[in-house]
Design a protein around this ligand. Structure first.
Ligand SMILES: [Zn+2]
Length: 547
């Protein structure tokens, strides 16, 4: 741009040359014989047109006039008021007086206003309660009054998510905006919602709200206790006295329930009940209504060993149904080869945990069967296995439900895994136990751990039996034999125990992520499996047959 201007000026001067020459000749006293060599140029230093930010300073660079070879620096008397927006002409008086040279200086506000929301950027209100605008604050580097436009509307009478945009514009046209989200939610009367907890694969819980307002006799949770079922539910009319009735075709057993704020809860002892199928009723002394299940399918409890009975919970038209029968073990050992299908477990390059888990589990199954033991597998190929249904993310976690379901009728339950961690130096085995289980419930595992310690290179001291504190995530070493009354961190320990009262042990063989650990393990895994097999075989009263 500057170059073009410069060239233009030369061209202009060539055009005006004769005019200038004849008129300027007296001033500069140029020899008429040199007229054809006369030239004149004038220009400003820097840009001819400049934009500067308000209050940001203006640096006067000056201009120059060249007559033949003589360079004359030009000054100006004009002042640019940097505090006031506007267009300023800076005039440079040339010596030749034929014309003046100008620079155009635009003092502008180029900085957008700063707008901030008062209150939260997300506001939740109930349908019908008016939205109160908390407002905003706005500042600008130049303007005192800034125009703010609020774009969008909140219909507080209609459920939905609304967005309000707060657009601030200064007098120079600079804009900035912020957005607020307003969620208009269905109003729930009487606090009749419950938070349903859904277990996820990693053992963490996801919370979901369940609206109970239309149901007057709902189950919210049912869990097995040592002698029966603990039930919690919701009743619309909480002022009356209630009881829960467990009825088969001929008789009913009544359980008084404590009612507080429309919630009832209590324990239903199943001891003394004869085998059969029972239905659950809510009785408010005038009406007897079937209990409606409000549990997530995944959280439904299937069965547990209560005393010497097998109690199975199922649903008929969404009404809980309880089956009581004599308990009998169906399997000696339930073996779970961890992961499978598109769930690979730990990996390092082409090494996949699911494959190693399966290889080891199939080997162990065969060895147990050589001892005349009855073994159940959750999978025997590269699939998700038992009870898994179509493969999707939701179903991945169902493996631990399958372990619980079959584990109830198995004397011992364990899951084979192999570890992986970001720390490549980690090596060795790891065993996970159900936190609530006791030393004596894990005596086989303790025996195995002792033997593994002797046979596995113990250059790492992080080898231990542990559980995790569910709330603090703290690692709890259980080798001291203490029982921790906390939730289990891993889904494979937590779900089978909490829903089925099944004690699962997870054996993690080596660290796939550590090449040398993995290489050592690949040469020795059968030796470690044999230690395991020997311990379980002997615990189950058989004589161990070496390979
Ligand atoms: Zn695993």
């Amino acid at each position: 741009m500057k170059k073009i201007f410069f060239i233009l000026l030369i061209i202009l001067n060539i055009i005006f040359a004769s005019f200038i020459i004849y008129n300027v000749v007296n001033i500069v006293n140029i020899n008429a014989t040199k007229f054809n060599k006369y030239y004149y140029i004038a220009y400003v230093y820097g840009e001819e047109v400049i934009d500067i930010e308000t209050n940001n300073g203006y640096d006067e660079q000056g201009a120059v006039e060249i007559i033949n070879d003589k360079k004359i620096k030009l000054d100006t008397e004009d002042v640019v008021n940097i505090e006031k927006n506007g267009t300023y002409l800076v005039k440079y008086k040339t010596k030749n007086k034929l014309y003046d040279l100008y620079r155009v200086v635009n003092v502008k506000d180029m900085v957008a206003p700063n707008i901030k929301l008062k209150g939260s950027s997300t506001i939740n209100i109930n349908v019908g309660s008016k939205y109160k605008e908390p407002g905003y604050t706005v500042t600008d580097n130049y303007d005192e009054d800034i125009k703010v436009e609020v774009i969008g509307k909140v219909d507080y009478k209609k459920k939905g998510t609304y967005k309000l945009e707060y657009k601030a514009t200064d007098s120079s046209g600079n804009t900035s905006s912020v957005t607020r989200t307003i969620n208009v939610k269905t109003k729930l009367k009487n606090n009749n919602t419950v938070t349903k907890t859904i277990s996820t694969e990693k053992g963490k819980d996801k919370k979901e709200e369940v609206d109970l307002k239309s149901n007057s006799n709902t189950t919210i949770s049912m869990s097995f206790t040592n002698d029966g079922i603990y039930i919690k539910g919701y009743i619309k009319n909480g002022s009356k006295k209630y009881s829960i009735e467990l009825c088969d075709e001929s008789t009913c057993k009544k359980y008084g329930m404590a009612v507080k704020d429309n919630y009832y809860s209590g324990n239903m002892s199943l001891s003394g009940l004869k085998n059969g199928i029972y239905k659950l009723y809510v009785n408010d002394n005038t009406d007897k209504m079937l209990v409606i299940n409000k549990l997530d399918t995944m959280s439904r409890i299937n069965r547990a060993k209560i005393g010497n009975k097998l109690v199975t919970l199922s649903y008929e038209n969404n009404n809980p149904k309880i089956m009581i029968e004599d308990f009998e073990y169906e399997y000696d050992i339930l073996l779970d080869a961890g992961h499978g299908g598109s769930d690979t477990g730990a990996t390092r390059g082409k090494i996949l945990e699911k494959t190693i888990n399966l290889m080891q589990t199939l080997y162990e199954k065969e060895r147990y069967e050589q001892h005349g033991l009855k073994v159940k597998l959750t999978r025997d190929d590269d699939t998700y296995g038992l009870m898994m249904g179509p493969v999707d993310n939701t179903n991945v976690r169902r493996r631990s439900y399958a372990v619980g379901y079959y584990g109830v009728v198995s004397r011992y339950v364990y899951s084979n895994h192999h570890n992986s961690t970001f720390n490549k130096s980690y090596s060795g085995w790891e065993v996970l136990l159900v936190n609530q289980s006791t030393m004596s419930q894990n005596d086989v595992t303790y025996k195995i751990v002792k033997e593994w310690d002797k046979n596995y290179p113990t250059n790492e001291n992080h080898l231990r039996i542990y559980g995790r504190n569910y709330d603090t995530d703290a690692l709890l070493d259980k080798t001291n034999g203490q029982t921790y009354n906390i939730k289990n961190y891993y889904a494979m320990q937590r779900i089978p125990y909490e829903l089925f009262k099944v004690i699962t042990v997870t054996y993690e063989g080596c660290y796939i992520s550590n090449e040398s650990d993995y290489n050592w393990y690949m040469d020795n895994w059968k030796k470690l499996s044999e230690i395991k097999i020997k311990a379980y075989v002997e615990k189950l009263g058989k004589k161990y047959i070496p390979v």
